[in-house]
Design a protein. Sequence first.
Length: 296
Amino acid sequence: MNENHLLAEGFEANRGHLRAVAYRMLGSLSEADDAVQEAWLRLSRSDTGAVENLGGWLTTVVGRVCLDMLRSRTARREEPLGVRLPDPVISRASGPGPEDQALLADSVGLALLVVLETLAPAERLAFVLHDLFAVPFDEIAPIVDRTPAAARQLASRARRRVRGAAPVPDADLARQREVVGAFLAAARDGDFEGLIAVLDPDVVLRADYGSAPARAPREVRGAAAVADQALTFSRLSGPGLHARPALVNGAVGVVSSREGRPYSVLAFTVADGRIVAVDILADPERLSGLDLADLD
């Protein structure tokens, strides 16, 4: 077996892990795939004779690639019109398939990814690699051109931001379904008090319409305001909207379609028995690129 074949085998063994790292770094499935492909190109062009830990080497390379991509975004000032949600990972309600399981290991809900989007590129890298993938700071430091102590500080700052803004979701899917089901029933029945009962007082609703005209506010905070928005959406959606239960990034969600075309993806974050975040993808362009065949 020649060296190139061994490298290819080693890379394929690490591909799922590398894609998971890149997805957390970038919040984009297509860009994550691009980053993984770039890592393969760099591997194929490198002298890896002295590499003792191929997985660690590849993780570092993907980290560098993602950091460059994040910095490029910042330099281009890619500011979307209002809220822009990360790409959702959608799977059937019975559970994700093997590929999605690898991508979503250690729980990476949309609410967490939204907070990661607010971090500076170096902070995001330090937090993702250390806190989510246990990469030591002495390996992170050269990627961000800092000392290990400075890399530790980057991760610490990011951790404080995440803890303050990204609630830890309930792990019990049955309990999540119960809470979300009560929310949907109350919205359908026009039951304002029923909605308030399952919403956290500080709940946040974020809606990503892309460049399309907003059908409603892009961000709403507080139980009363979110309940009002849910009732408005229920009234305006009208007949012909087909809603299917799904898992969105491993949490309970709903995928709606009209005339066979995706209309919206709703992801719910449930913590301590109440809904603390509702994230809605309603960007027609991004919805058209979703593969929902697995839900049928």
